[in-house]
Design a protein around this ligand. Structure first.
Ligand code: AMP
Length: 392
């Protein structure tokens, strides 16, 4: 069974085709700058351990055109399509076969994810037009967090803001947290239901989750992906009164402040750079704000680890994933140093060696295991798409 995974952004389309029998990627790519004068498609085909690349530059006016161009590159048959959809709200607890009603429900969640759900829906409609009659499945970023109990997902606001305005924590990166949680359990030789994990998705966006027996108990992102630990350009947790205070005292409009919190804060706000590779370089050259940004970031990660250890009661492993989690030994080290009282001991020499494969970085004596596991959201979407089809 060949499953095509589609991830549509406002001006981009990422895709991967999985052969689920061999559990391998056949082909994949990305279309960028959709709607601009010149769009780009970068396509890769994997054959006998070799990668063949193809790049096309031309006007790509809309997502349908992007999808058509993608389909022209793919010579394999396609049996089903799995879509990443960002916000499922409370309507979707798990991956779902797409019907007219499901599309309406995704649309009803647009106000909760105005930048993400509309392009996701455009991608669904374009794929339906291109592959008529093929089953299409939606896998939501919020699915994995739907097991978070009410005491953890509610904000302490008037209760009717939840019932009337759907104000609550939804959490994001759920597909990634689920993938690395399942993968780590497997690598530990356990069932996901038997392990308690703290999963740390640290990329440009960052979220940390407490996962008990395969079920998410809490996560650091909130109603939107702005909450939690500070990120590349996002502020993370703030005193909510700061927003009103800044509107009064800076004269910035709500939209401008939104832009500051999303694009000009986090690591970038503190030191001017959002990529940790640049930040470490600057820090090594004596830039004190770069060093401060790393210290703040690691400190905030450490606080979430402590909080989620308390939530879980027993922690079997921490799992680092995504661009920073997989590659940045300095952030991992700083976030974990001093946590030996919790039973976390890192082997510094092992931590310092870059390793693209899943591996551990804890010492023999560490009570809690510490894993670095590359995430694979597309593969998780493919697995869940197959799961939905098997139930039909
Ligand atoms: P992601 O959003 O998962 O693609 O992660 C992107 C971020 O990962 C970048 O902005 C960097 O901060 C970080 N990153 C990627 N590669 C490295 C690396 N080799 N060392 C340190 N940080 C890295």
């Amino acid at each position: 069974m060949n499953i095509l995974i589609i991830n549509t952004g406002s001006s981009s389309l990422k895709y991967q085709l999985f052969d689920m029998t061999a559990a391998g990627v056949l082909t994949g790519g990305v279309v960028e700058r959709i709607g601009e004068a010149e769009g780009v498609l970068t396509h890769k085909t994997y054959e006998n351990g070799e990668v063949k690349k193809n790049k096309i530059t031309q006007a790509i006016p809309d997502h349908q055109a992007a999808m058509n161009l993608m389909a022209e590159q793919i010579s394999h048959g396609i049996d089903a399509v799995g879509h990443r959809v960002v916000q499922g709200g409370e309507s979707f607890k798990e991956a779902t076969l797409i019907t007219e009603d499901v599309k309406k429900a995704i649309e009803a969640n647009n106000p909760l994810a105005p930048l993400h759900n509309p392009p996701n829906l455009i991608g669904i409609r374009a794929a339906e037009a291109l592959f008529p009659g093929k089953p299409q499945v939606a896998v939501f970023d919020t699915n994995f967090h739907q097991t978070i109990p009410e005491k953890a997902f509610l904000y302490a606001l008037p209760y009717d803001y939840y019932t009337n305005h759907r104000i609550r924590k939804y959490g994001f990166h759920g597909t990634s947290h689920k993938y690395v949680a399942n993968e780590t359990a497997r690598l530990m030789g356990k069932n996901p239901g038997d392990v308690n994990l703290i999963t740390l998705h640290l990329g440009n966006g960052c979220s940390i989750s407490a996962v008990k027996g395969g079920k998410c108990q809490d996560t650091s992102m909130g109603m939107t992906p702005l909450a939690g630990v500070m990120m590349g350009t996002r502020c993370g947790d703030l005193d909510p009164a700061i927003f009103g205070y800044l509107m009064t005292h800076t004269g910035l409009s709500q939209d401008e402040l939104d832009e500051v919190l999303n694009k000009k804060s986090g690591l970038k706000g503190i030191c001017g750079y959002n990529d940790l590779r640049d930040i470490h370089d600057k820090s090594a050259q004596g830039d004190t704000n770069a060093a401060l940004a790393v210290d703040m970031f690691a400190y905030q990660i450490k606080k979430y680890i402590g909080a989620y250890a308390a939530v879980l009661g027993r922690v079997d492993a921490l799992v680092f994933t995504a661009g920073v989690g997989e590659n940045d030994e300095i952030v991992r080290w700083k976030a974990l140093e001093g946590l030996d009282f919790l039973g976390i001991e890192i082997d510094k020499a092992v931590n310092d060696v870059r390793n693209p494969k899943p591996h551990t970085i804890h010492t023999e004596n560490s009570r809690i295991q510490v894993w670095v596991v590359p995430t694979d959201e597309e593969r998780q979407i493919a697995i869940e798409t197959r799961g939905v089809l098997e139930k039909q």
